[in-house]
Design a protein around this ligand. Structure first.
Ligand SMILES: *[C@@H]1O[C@H](CO)[C@@H](O)[C@H](O)[C@H]1NC(C)=O
Ligand SMILES: *[C@@H]1O[C@H](CO)[C@@H](O)[C@H](O)[C@H]1NC(C)=O
Ligand SMILES: *[C@@H]1O[C@H](CO)[C@@H](O)[C@H](O)[C@H]1NC(C)=O
Ligand SMILES: *[C@@H]1O[C@H](CO)[C@@H](O)[C@H](O)[C@H]1NC(C)=O
Ligand SMILES: *[C@@H]1O[C@H](CO)[C@@H](O)[C@H](O)[C@H]1NC(C)=O
Length: 497
């Protein structure tokens, strides 16, 4: 969601710091030390030791015997240890009767009835919900509750922000079983569900987690918050935090009527609960327009989790419409989800060529030696969300120019197909010719075949990711082969040995 927000006078009041905020001294412990200072007879020592034991007991008891009301069932303890899988993640999609049909193709990309748990929340039944079970299934539709009693005072904003914020409460209040994480997004958010599940598995759902990403736009983050999970990029809330948030949300909604969006309301309420954002860079709000090539070609070293605002950008692949292009990307993601868009760089020393691979998307070939850190900055192929020449455009990442003259750009090869068998995965990239640029011999080839194995990362490896290495293999005819593999212990990603 992108929102324009004028600065509103703050209506919040600051309470004086009360004594109640000071930490309570552990009284039993304090009395024991006083006891120790004053008396020293053997009998008193015995009493002291006894009281120490009693204190120790009191201190540790809650771990063994919590009050019966919060006693975790043995099943819960076990399930905390079992890996988090797709069935533990419940998606809640905010839609509306007006956008539902237009956005169904996006939902179909990532939702499947027997592999994804999701509900779509809508203001009122769309024209033919009864019919939409036709060829492909969409998430079950839930009609949102009435929100007319809540204040909304942001001028020019949309009241629906309240309804969308309350999706958090409404999905939790359904008491669905075995949920460890609730994931929220818009109807134009596409999720890479396998990666969302693996990423959330890094965190303990029984603790309070608010996981997401801020905007790519510096100005947007200044306006809202650098620590807010932007709603369109999607965000996740752990089960235990979601339960509490659902209980208190309505009270927060009354206090934040002056805010524009739903995500600001959730952020405010989570903040009042004392919880901060856990940043996951794979969620993409995508507050930008134009060509996403630069973003897709240099994804952070972190699994791709979502894409948003896809109506506002050009199709991701040439000669396809938006949905076809996304289906094409998802076909690759299905074969090797963790590797999708992961950037690997290979050097061909003998021909002095640099290959920058964004797996499943595109390969760029540079003449000469390009240093890895330079290739990690994003080519500015996109424009800011806000139109107009005076618009400031600062992004949350390093960018570099993308030459207007196609002949000055690296040669681009877009992914054509991905095949796999027991031995591994072959992804095929075909040359994309723009303009009448003269190709020197070295880059005269027409296709690149990349061999890799499915990227399987343990939770520990996901917490300390390392980029992979690759080799350029002998070329046959008009084809170059690249082999992506784990780097050696001391291996450096560079042209010189
Ligand atoms: C549902 O599950 C079955 C069996 O696991 C599978 O063959 C089928 O493709 C799945 N359907 C969808 C829409 O994912
Ligand atoms: C269901 O679809 C048919 C044709 O596809 C259409 O004529 C009919 O109006 C739809 N029903 C509803 C309730 O919208
Ligand atoms: C969910 O559980 C709560 C507490 O047990 C109950 O009050 C509520 O009615 C339940 N909601 C649904 C939809 O079953
Ligand atoms: C092209 O290749 C030929 C034969 O391999 C070689 O003689 C020539 O120098 C190359 N030209 C360029 C511009 O690299
Ligand atoms: C080289 O290309 C020609 C024609 O495109 C083809 O007939 C031949 O089999 C290819 N050779 C190799 C080794 O791939």
């Amino acid at each position: 969601m992108f929102h324009r927000r004028k600065k509103e006078p703050s209506t919040s009041t600051t309470l004086p710091i009360s004594n109640l905020d000071a930490p309570m001294p552990p009284t039993a412990y304090t009395s024991t030390t006083a006891f120790l200072r004053n008396r020293t007879s053997p009998f008193k020592s015995f009493i002291f030791a006894l009281s120490l034991l009693v204190n120790l007991y009191l201190l540790l008891t809650p771990l063994w015997a919590p009050p019966s009301s919060t006693l975790p069932q043995p099943k819960t303890i076990l399930s905390r240890l079992s890996p988090t899988t797709r069935r533990h993640v419940l998606f809640a999609v905010a839609s509306s009767s007006l956008s539902w049909h237009r956005r169904l193709p996006y939902l179909h990309l990532w939702y499947s009835p027997n592999a994804t748990r999701a509900f779509a929340f809508i203001d009122r039944p769309p024209p033919s919900v009864a019919n939409s079970t036709s060829s492909r299934s969409s998430p079950p539709v839930v009609i949102s509750g009435d929100t007319s009693a809540f204040p909304y005072t942001f001028r020019g904003g949309l009241r629906s922000a309240i309804r969308v914020a309350r999706v958090v409460k409404e999905v939790v209040d359904r008491n669905e079983t075995e949920v460890r994480w609730f994931v929220f997004g818009d109807d134009d958010t596409v999720f890479f569900v396998d990666n969302v599940v693996r990423t959330l598995a890094k965190y303990d759902h029984s603790e309070w987690f608010y996981v997401g990403s801020n905007s790519e736009s510096y100005e947007q983050n200044v306006k809202y918050s650098f620590e807010m999970a932007f709603g369109g990029g999607g965000f996740a809330i752990s089960y235990s935090l979601a339960r509490v948030l659902a209980r208190v949300l309505d009270s927060c909604l009354k206090r934040y009527g002056h805010l524009y969006g739903s995500d600001s309301r959730i952020y405010s309420c989570v903040t009042e609960l004392g919880v901060g954002l856990t940043h996951e860079p794979g969620f993409h709000q995508l507050d930008m327009r134009g060509n996403l090539f630069g973003i897709m070609a240099a994804h952070p070293l972190s699994p791709l989790l979502s894409l948003h605002h896809l109506d506002a950008v050009e199709p991701l692949f040439p000669n396809m419409n938006r949905v076809q292009a996304l289906e094409h990307l998802f076909a690759a993601a299905k074969v090797d989800p963790v590797r999708i868009l992961q950037q690997t760089v290979c050097y061909d020393r003998s021909n002095s060529l640099t290959f920058s691979v964004s797996w499943g998307f595109a390969i760029q070939v540079y003449q000469g030696n390009e240093l890895l850190p330079d290739l990690l900055s994003l080519q500015r192929t996109f424009v800011p969300w806000r139109r107009g020449s005076k618009v400031q455009a600062n992004f949350m990442f390093n960018t570099r120019d993308y030459p207007r003259d196609p002949c000055k750009r690296p040669s681009v090869f877009f992914m054509k197909r991905v095949t796999s068998d027991k031995r591994g995965i072959w992804s095929n990239y075909g040359r994309h010719v723009v303009g009448n640029c003269f190709d020197s011999n070295a880059t005269g080839f027409k296709q690149i075949i990349v061999f890799s194995r499915k990227l399987e990362l343990s939770i520990e490896q996901m917490k300390a990711p390392r980029r992979q290495c690759c080799n350029v293999l002998p070329t046959s005819n008009d084809t170059i082969s690249l082999h992506i593999r784990q780097c050696g212990a001391d291996e450096l990603i560079s042209m010189q040995l």
